[in-house]
Design a protein around this ligand. Structure first.
Ligand code: PGA
Length: 250
């Protein structure tokens, strides 16, 4: 059975002190629940150290929202995958649409980042998704198919990655994709992975949905056979809403 994953993307929110106080309130809630969800936190880089201090003896994974394709050197302002690994990170988010659009990350750069993350034995969560314009002009499959092919171009089929389908028009807008729309994209991605890397790879890869996931829409989305969890932005910032998403019975 594929992992069912609830991942928080805090974006540029929460100081180290706020991160610790969130975890201290959140941990007892999820530790006493019998949910099968695997929980991850993608925190601002400046919060990674305190996150490992609180999370290291738990089942919860965590990591940076972005890493660079090189581990060290003259790359001012970037995050290193090898250092992330050294301080105990388990995962790294790669190719979020805000990185693609605001920081001009190309498919090629994202492919290099995925390669670096895997070389450091971190688990990449690879984001992809179409814009509103692309959906309206019927280009959804073309766009996410291209993003997927590029992101997996250096990935050996023995490796494990996670995908996050996040339609750009649903991120932070309150406009969630219907379960059917999300399922259509997820099953397309699964069939593309089958063609690119074979059925074993395709079947073991969890595909998360992201874009305005809230406690009141997560259960319906999770009923779809190819939705294997969520990447949650806004609703991951409050203990109450994120713990409800993590402890729902899927
Ligand atoms: P949202 O963000 O849940 O606030 O829509 C999701 C994301 O960007 O990962």
């Amino acid at each position: 059975m594929r992992d069912f994953i609830c991942a928080a993307n805090w974006k540029l929110n929460k100081s180290p002190r706020e991160a610790v106080s969130f975890f201290k309130e959140f941990l007892p809630i999820v530790e006493t629940s019998n949910s099968r969800s695997k929980i991850l936190f993608f925190v601002p880089a400046i919060d990674l150290w305190v996150s490992q201090e609180v999370l290291r003896d738990t089942e919860i994974g965590f990591g940076p929202q972005n890493i660079y394709s090189k581990n060290d050197g003259a790359f001012t302002g970037e995050n290193s995958a090898s250092v992330s690994k050294e301080i105990g990170c388990t995962h790294a988010l790669v190719g979020h649409s805000e990185r693609r659009s605001l920081f001009f990350e190309s498919d090629e750069l994202i492919a290099e980042k995925v390669k670096t993350v895997l070389e450091q034995n971190l688990h990449p969560v690879i984001c992809l998704g179409e814009s509103l314009e692309e959906r309206k002009t019927g280009k959804t499959n073309e766009v996410i198919g291209r993003q997927l092919k590029a992101a997996l171009s250096h990935v050996d089929s023995e490796k494990k990655v996670t995908l996050a389908y996040e339609p750009v028009w649903a991120i932070g807008t309150g406009e969630v994709a219907t379960p059917e729309m999300a399922e259509e994209a997820h099953s397309f991605l699964r069939s593309q992975m089958n063609d690119l890397k074979g059925s074993a790879f395709s079947e073991k890869t969890s595909i998360l949905y992201g874009g305005s996931v809230k406690p009141d829409n997560c259960e319906n989305l999770a009923k779809m056979p190819n939705i294997d969890g969520f990447l949650v932005g806004g609703a991951s910032l409050q203990v109450e809403s994120f713990s409800q998403i993590c402890t729902a019975q899927y």
